[in-house]
Design a protein around this ligand. Structure first.
Ligand code: COA
Length: 260
C-alpha cells in the first residue's frame, strides 16, 4: 500500500508509523486520516508486526491538530461527518488488537492530543507539549478528546485543558498521568523501541487478550469487566504459550513463546 502523508517502517516485530507532513507540523488532513485507517488494516493482517508505534516527522511536532485550513470550510453537517470519521479512525486505533504506543515528539495539540489518547499508552520527549486548543478556534474537540481525556486524567483536569485551551509541557503531562514516561528528545526512539521489544518478547496471545481486557474498562461496569476478564483468562489457558510459559517457569528456563 502506498502512503503520501505517512511513513511505515516494519522491522523487529514493530510497525513504526510516522505522520509525515512536517511543513504543516503533521496536521491531520482528511487524506492523512484515511491513510491512517488503511495502515491499521494493513498492520492488522501482518503477522510479523506485533506492536505499533506512532510518532511525528521532524523535531517539532507529533501532530499539531486537525488541518485548520480544511476545518475552515466546513458547514454544520460536514463538521459532524468529519468528527464522526475522525472518531472512527481513532476507534480503530483504540480497539486495535496489538499494542499501540504513542511516541510524542513535540506538539500534540487538538487532533494530535486525541490521536495520542487513542493509543494504548503514551511516552513523550522532554520538548513535547499537549493541549486541546479547539476553543481558540470556536470549536470543541471532535475526535474523542472530551471523552478520552476526561477518562484518562479526570474530568476536572480535562475540563481545565479544554476550556482554557492552554498547553501543558511533558513534565506536567507525566504528573497528571497523560503520559507514562518522559525521555530526552534524542533518546525517545531508542527508549520506546526498548519498551516495545519488551512487550514483543512475551507470548502475543496473552498480550492481545490483556489489551482487550484493559480496554473493556471503558465499556463495562466492574462486574461485567471481571466476568470478561475471567473468560479471557480461560482463553489464555487454552494456548500453547500458556503451557510453555508455565512449564518454562517450573523447569527454571526461559520460555520460547510461539504466539500460538
Ligand atoms: N492545521 C493546519 N496547518 C497547521 C496546523 C494545523 N493544525 N498547525 C500548524 N500548521 C501549519 C502553519 O499554518 C504553518 O504553515 P505555513 O508555513 O504554510 O504558514 C506551519 O504549520 C508551521 O506552523 P507555525 O504556526 O508557523 O509554527 P509555530 O512554531 O509558530 O507554532 C504551533 C506552532 C503549534 C503553536 C502553531 O502552529 C499552532 O498553534 N497550530 C495550531 C494548533 C491548533 O489549534 N490545533 C488544533 C486544531 S483543531
Amino acid at each position: 500500500m502506498e502512503f503520501k502523508n505517512l511513513l511505515l517502517r516494519k522491522a523487529d516485530g514493530l510497525g513504526w508509523i510516522t505522520i509525515n507532513r512536517p511543513d504543516k507540523l503533521n496536521a491531520l488532513n482528511h487524506a492523512t486520516l484515511v491513510e491512517l485507517k488503511n495502515i491499521f488494516e494493513e498492520l492488522k493482517n501482518n503477522d510479523e508486526v506485533y506492536s505499533v508505534i506512532i510518532t511525528g516527522s521532524g523535531e517539532k511536532a507529533f501532530v499539531a491538530g486537525a488541518d485548520i485550513a480544511e476545518l475552515n470550510k466546513l458547514n454544520m453537517i460536514e463538521g459532524k461527518k468529519i468528527a464522526e470519521f475522525g472518531q472512527s479512525v481513532f476507534n480503530t486505533i483504540e480497539n486495535f488488537e496489538k499494542p499501540v504506543i504513542a511516541a510524542v515528539n513535540g506538539f500534540a495539540l487538538g487532533g494530535g492530543c486525541e490521536l495520542a489518547l487513542a493509543c494504548h499508552f503514551r511516552v513523550a520527549s522532554e520538548n513535547a507539549k499537549f493541549g486541546q486548543p479547539e476553543v481558540n478556534l470556536g470549536i470543541i474537540p471532535g475526535y474523542g478528546g472530551t471523552q478520552r481525556l476526561a477518562r484518562l486524567i479526570g474530568s476536572g483536569r480535562a475540563m481545565e485543558m479544554i476550556l482554557t485551551g492552554d498547553m501543558i509541557d511533558a513534565n506536567e503531562a507525566l504528573r497528571i498521568g497523560l503520559v507514562n514516561k518522559v525521555f530526552p528528545a534524542s533518546e525517545l526512539q531508542a527508549k520506546v523501541f526498548e519498551i516495545a521489544q519488551k512487550i514483543n518478547s512475551k507470548g502475543q496471545q496473552a498480550i492481545r487478550l490483556a489489551v482487550k481486557a484493559v480496554k473493556a474498562v471503558d465499556k463495562m461496569n466492574l462486574n461485567e469487566g471481571l466476568d470478561f476478564e475471567a473468560v479471557l483468562f480461560g482463553l489464555c489457558c487454552g494456548t500453547e504459550d500458556f503451557k510453555e510459559g508455565t512449564s518454562a517457569f517450573l523447569e527454571k528456563r526461559k520460555p520460547a513463546f510461539k504466539n500460538k
